[in-house]
Design a binder for this molecule. Structure first.
Ligand SMILES: [Cu+2]
Length: 299
């Protein structure tokens, strides 16, 4: 009874201690002292996480079996017990077994990994396309076909702190160097295709929660996609050494509901000031001489 109670307490303590670790593993953005890979918020990141977990479990099982067998053999057949080593050199059966099992394991791991990799690069049927251009030292985002584009650079507060040389208080500035002036707003549950390039040197666009990292190379268009399943703010950084301010071109993705995204996108579109009549058509038939006044009414 005594031993049982002790065991229960130990298990409960272990679970309590493991809880934050498990929670960390589930968080989208990386955390300090994070132990496991993050699960992320896109099919690609979940695929990567699952592939990683499968391989990790296989490795743990192999490790336990191999080291367990070694430990057992060393203890059971120790010299002080009068063990005498066998003298044979080859054993065809053992060799076939220890060749076949790894081959089967490798195929079993390569099969799903290949399928996941192919899915990761399949950018077809995307609902929207965002062009990402890396600059020294900021990002430019263009919602292709929407006429919406803006640049995104590190926020002024981070810049002020870094220039001032003052000590950063992580309580006060939890997103020091990880906040931007203009976030990349994206809708959830929408396949977003990214076309990624650069204007000067090689950068890399990387948001860990999306599950991939893509080089931004001048003169080359790289592709990637994401379909974010959870609304939230996901942070990343340039991941290719691109010059003296490489560390100061963060990325912030804000995933919002489809409706919210539609509203935001509409608000970003330039006012139709340049084009006269069409904007007012659904209001009422517009006379020619009234047309120039219509955009002003709209605004
Ligand atoms: Cu860069």
């Amino acid at each position: 009874m005594q031993a049982k109670g002790w065991w229960k307490r130990l298990t409960a303590t272990g679970l309590l201690m493991a809880a934050p670790v498990l929670a960390w593993a589930q968080a989208a953005d990386p955390h300090r002292w994070q132990l496991n890979m993050g699960r992320g918020v896109t099919p690609s990141s979940v695929n990567a996480y699952e592939a990683h977990m499968i391989v990790l479990i296989i490795c743990v099982v192999i490790g336990v079996l191999v080291f367990g067998a070694m430990g057992y053999a060393m203890w059971k057949f120790r010299k002080s017990k009068g063990a005498v080593a066998a003298q044979f050199t080859h054993n065809t059966t053992a060799e076939i077994i220890w060749t076949t099992i790894p081959v089967v394991l490798l195929i079993a791991m390569a099969w799903p990994a290949t399928a996941k990799l192919i899915a990761m690069y399949d950018t077809r049927d995307a609902e929207i396309t965002v062009k990402v251009t890396g600059y020294q030292w900021m990002w430019k985002y263009e919602y292709l076909g929407e006429g919406v584009e803006f640049t995104s650079r590190m926020d002024q507060e981070s810049d002020r702190i870094r220039q001032s040389g003052e000590r950063v208080d992580p309580e006060k500035n939890p997103y020091y160097l990880l906040e931007v002036d203009n976030r990349l707003i994206l809708p959830v549950d929408t396949k977003v295709r990214f076309v990624i390039t650069a204007d000067d040197v090689i950068h890399a666009w990387w948001v860990p929660a999306l599950g991939w990292k893509q080089d931004a190379v001048p003169g080359i268009i790289n592709e990637a996609w994401a379909s974010i399943d959870t609304p939230g703010v996901y942070r990343g950084q340039c991941a290719e050494l691109c010059g003296k301010d490489h560390a100061f071109m963060p990325i912030v993705v804000e995933a919002v509901s489809k409706e919210e995204f539609a509203r935001w996108l509409a608000a970003q579109k330039p006012a139709p000031a340049a084009e006269p009549a069409p904007a007012a058509v659904d209001e009422a038939p517009v006379e020619d001489e009234q047309a120039p006044a219509a955009p002003a009414d709209q605004a």
